[in-house]
Design a protein around this ligand. Sequence first.
Ligand SMILES: Cc1ncc(COP(=O)(O)O)c(C=O)c1O
Length: 479
Amino acid sequence: MPKRYEIVADYIADQIHSGLLKTHERVLSVRQCADELGVSISTVIRGYELLQDRMLIESRPQSGFFVSQRFELPQAPETSSPEQRPVEVNLGKLAVKIIKSSQNNQLIQLAVALPKIDVPAIAQLNRITAQIAREQSKTNQMITVDNISDYDSPSGNSDLRRKIAQRLLSGGVKVHPDEVVITVGCQEALVLSLNAVTKAGDTVAVESPNYYGMLQAIETLGLKALEIPTDAETGISLSALELAIREWSVKACVLAPNYSNPLGSCIPDQRKKRLAEMLENADIALIEDDINSDLTYDNHRPKAIKSYDKTGNVLLCSSLSKTLSPGLRVGWVVPGRWLEKVQHLKLCNSGANASITTLAAARYLETGTFDRHLRQMRQHYKHQRDYFLQLAAQHFPEDIRITHPQGGYILWIRLPKGVDGMDLYERALEEKIAISPGALFSVNQQYNHFIRINYGQETAQNLEKATILLGRLMREMMG
Ligand SMILES: Cc1ncc(COP(=O)(O)O)c(C=O)c1O
């Protein structure tokens, strides 16, 4: 349920977005608004503060509140057009270098895809974890069902698997808890899946641009990547994929259909169905990265491709890293017909998961508060997106292009001519701002004129400071 002051803010914001209130027009006074909506003066003041934070209204001394000037948003980048042939990935240590250099709490952090973590849900999770540790230190029994010092079962905590199976229903996926394998984050789920369906030298079709963790997994497993054109709104091009799998021998396809990283694209449901059928018919395994689906700005998460899977051809991977806590390292895979293989690989890879974090995650999900947390996060990220896009429209050079994602908290930005992403990254770091250079998101550094930004985590002031500075650096680099 939105709070009262948020209802006030939405009431005025709707009038602005629908054009009922025009730029520079006076907004209802605080008292008029309180009377009209039947709420207290202090509620209206909080609502108006929120509107100011969102840059929708501004206060003028002794005159009241007025609609702020809105800037026309930059367009989204064009559909990507990578070179379509299987190539060996050669990212080397670039990702490690960039992650390391960004790990400094003196920086304005726009680089790493971290969620907002100063939230009540994390405090609750910490209390649950402490409670588990206390319970265990009280009991003298060495072997209990949930003994956190014992090895967890290779498939992972059964309560957590049951909760995940329940949650997957909202994505249209019906699975038994025994079909779920708990992993160390989504990264392990992706690597186990790739390992299960490919062998060194095989080709894997991927969206372009792509999450660098996936590209690195492809690199270290000795696979080749075949980049497929991808649209910032509707995701991978089905026709390009169809042509590519006819031309090349493709063993697997890895996709993040909902709010991909870095494009934020979302494949429409009808296409998801066609994709599932196309890959099934071509006997190509589909590894689905479902990590951002719960971060939709809609009320309901979009469907998973797995929901159209009739034969177990889709391996669905996800985690709590983007929705709750990346430090928890709790992820899962629903490996379809590769279940036994993935269970075996999991045992060889890491034996089992950390018992305390999986138990804490299971108990947290049992509390039933996760959906409320998600609603708050979705609203927060949506506001932050609108705010950042307005800032970018105001402070970045004109020929910039930026995605408009409908979920998650990542933006993909095409830089003005003459500005190199790696140079901008270096110069921004000197100014204590961390961003991700586009070179990280492709097999042969073809996105050098892009950067990726996380708008979800930082305060409004820091976002403003960063956009002003980045805009200035870009102009300097444009000469
Ligand atoms: C699209 C995508 N998949 C997978 C991962 C890895 O997630 P985890 O931290 O759960 O291993 C990330 C992390 O940034 C991601 O952005």
